[in-house]
Design a protein around this ligand. Structure first.
Ligand SMILES: *Cc1c(COP(=O)(O)O)cnc(C)c1O
Length: 453
């Protein structure tokens, strides 16, 4: 019987490993330093196994023969990307933990084209002088936020509550939290901002209005109750110290640029609805219902937005060329009314029957035996801080596997390449193809097949 000390002595040194033929091949490919690190990591875990008493003489001999492949595995992990694509089968369209909105093809192309070379990001090609980065998207926001008034035949029609195109301006910052911070700091620093208690909620990713308000230098003046706030509550709270009375600001969050009523969601106001209702400044995210890159957008009265552009905080919160490229391409899809081009819009308008058709097609490819499969009715979630009631009827694939519990089944799905993220409910794994890109159906079927055979 070998002692632990004997077993330790049988471990090779890093130098010995680096002379092993299979390891030499790895060094040629990836360089000595990183391969040596991988050897150290593998030897370290063998030492841990010995000290834990998990390895006797014969098990160690087996483990020693597996060192080269363990080193290679360690190396692949070290050199692989940490940020990876996953298949979102949760049915939550704007899933903050899964990167929210997937970008449109045109957005990816525009990033590729403009970021792999120099661009006119802040250069006016006409005058040859320094330009502003906002111009690339402000023109498109102006067009989109004018709404129906931009339609041919409606010229001259005026709606008292709609600011004219010339008076609406938009700036872009890092995310909506930054947009709220910049707007509050610019418009209300040192003063009071009156907010209904019903609005003081936390949004996923720990965004809380009172915290952002404190950082902006404005003072929160709460009015009303969590379930009801009356006009009189606001009237009583407004006084000399009030800064955000007029102007009126709304942190919209989701920021739809299209009419959600078209997909049956009636209680989520769009950017246009808010501006029409008389809100002077709205803040919203670029990667929620807009379906673009992470960004915070501030749209509103030109004089107020101009003040924000002049705030030195804006310089710290501004975004890079990748964001402008993705945003410009996404907005152009709206201008061209090409809803199919924006993945989030495509997913939202996918009819339940189409999700069902894809679910049936996928199910027909699964191996029988261990899997028990049912296609059932369910709901997809819009997510991303939109109204909790923003759900869409969908079709789900409900699965159980005879030799795996639902939680283990879900964890095997996450360990696949690419990882598949599913819902687990009542002892079953649920897959919603609404949020799976159609070209991923095939891969998803294959992954399920591998787990269940
Ligand atoms: C999502 C959301 C935020 C935070 O937006 P980020 O883009 O994640 O910074 C703030 N307010 C509301 C109402 C939201 O829905």
């Amino acid at each position: 019987m070998k002692t632990q000390a004997d077993l330790y002595r049988e471990l090779p040194s890093v130098d010995e490993l680096l002379r092993d033929q299979e390891i030499v091949a790895l060094v040629v490919q990836d360089g000595q330093a990183i391969v040596a690190d991988a050897c150290r990591a593998v030897l370290g875990s063998l030492r841990d196994e010995i000290s834990a008493g998990h390895l006797d003489g014969s098990k160690l001999a087996f483990a020693l023969s597996g060192i080269p492949s363990a080193v290679e595995g360690e190396l692949r992990r070290a050199l692989g990307y940490s940020l990876r694509p996953v298949i979102n089968a949760t049915g939550v369209i704007l899933h903050t933990n899964l990167g929210r909105a997937p970008l449109a093809e045109s957005a990816l192309e525009h990033i590729r084209e403009t970021a792999g070379a120099y661009s006119n990001l802040e250069f006016d090609l006409e005058s040859g002088e320094r330009g502003k980065r906002d111009v690339h998207v402000d023109r498109l926001f102006r067009r989109l936020l004018l709404g129906d008034d931009a339609e041919p035949g409606s010229a001259g029609r005026t709606r008292a509550s709609v600011p004219t195109r010339a008076l609406i301006s938009t700036i872009v910052v890092n995310n909506n939290a930054a947009a709220v911070l910049l707007a509050l700091n610019t418009l209300a620093e040192g003063g009071e901002v009156v907010v209904s208690r019903g609005e003081l909620v936390e949004i996923g990713g720990s965004f809380r209005i009172p915290d952002v308000m404190a950082k902006s230098g404005a003072v929160l003046r709460e009015v009303g109750t969590t379930n009801r706030t009356r006009i009189a509550d606001y009237e009583r709270a407004i006084g000399e110290r009030t800064k955000l009375k007029v102007p009126l600001m709304e942190d919209l969050g989701s920021g739809a640029l299209f009419d959600l009523r078209a997909v049956g969601i009636n209680d989520e106001p769009g950017v246009l609805d808010s501006l029409r209702a008389g809100v002077h400044v709205v803040t919203y995210s670029g990667d929620k219902l807009l379906g673009g890159p992470q960004a915070g957008l501030i749209s509103g009265r030109e004089d107020l937005v101009k003040k924000m552009r002049g705030n030195s905080l804006f310089r710290a919160l501004r975004v890079d060329k990748l964001t402008y490229a993705a945003l410009e391409a996404t907005l152009l899809a709206y201008v061209k009314r090409d809803d199919e081009a924006v993945p989030v819009l495509r997913m939202m308008s996918l009819p339940k029957a189409e999700v069902a058709r894809r679910a049936q097609a996928l199910v027909s490819k699964l191996p029988t035996g261990k899997l028990s499969v049912e296609v059932i009715d369910g709901e997809s979630l819009v997510g991303g801080g939109s109204a909790p009631s923003a759900v869409l009827p969908t079709t789900l694939i409900a699965l159980t596997c005879s030799d795996l519990g639902a939680k283990d089944f879900a964890s095997r799905l996450r360990a696949a390449n690419p990882p598949v993220i599913a819902r687990v409910e009542e002892g079953r794994v649920l897959l919603d193809l609404r949020t799976v890109l159609p070209q991923q159906d095939e891969t998803l079927a294959r992954t399920l097949g591998q787990i269940a055979t």
